[in-house]
Design a protein around this ligand. Structure first.
Ligand code: THU
Length: 156
């Protein structure tokens, strides 16, 4: 028997330390929370995606009375981006969440299904998609989705 230890590196920044381009993406994710349709959870998630052509697209979670029919902000934005700009690489994805009258203290991290979807586009791009998780004061930067999805399913 051998042990294999998987580690995850997360860079923790104060908002003021971010690059200007990252600040813009963070602001777009925060403002996208306002477009959330979340009458059931009242948890408003916004996501902003920077594309290789310089465009930023933003989206939010969209819920449904039949709960599983709703969609997270991350998949809303990446599917929209791929459908609007097919073949254009994704560079960076910022995610913010607002509930109970404020942005969340601890950044929200994408669910398993979103991680799997992000991985698909990371593989297509052939380079890591940086993930930026936005908290009220701190911002986490993760250098690619594989950090959040170790031992992922690969094509056979
Ligand atoms: N949600 C997202 O949009 N992204 C996440 O990363 C976590 C969860 C949504 C799904 C649902 O509409 C609400 O947040 C509560 O789970």
């Amino acid at each position: 028997m051998e042990n294999r230890i998987i580690t995850a590196k997360i860079e923790v920044y104060q908002y003021s330390e971010l690059l200007e381009t990252d600040k813009i993406l963070v602001e777009r994710a925060k403002s996208a929370t306002k477009t959330s349709y979340s009458p059931y959870s009242k948890f408003q998630v916004g996501a902003a995606l920077l594309l290789d052509n310089g465009e930023i697209v933003a989206g939010s979670n969209q819920e449904n009375v039949a709960y599983p029919s709703g969609l997270c902000a991350e998949r809303t934005v990446i599917f929209y981006a791929s459908a609007t700009y097919p073949g254009v690489k994704f560079k960076k994805l910022a995610i913010a969440a607002y509930t109970d009258g404020d942005f969340v203290e601890e950044p929200v991290s994408p669910c398993g299904a979103c991680r799997q979807s992000i991985l698909e586009y990371e593989k297509l791009a052939g380079e890591p998609i940086e993930i930026i998780l936005v908290g009220r004061e701190k911002v986490y930067k993760i250098s690619g989705i594989r950090t959040l999805l170790p031992l992922s399913f690969e094509e056979f």
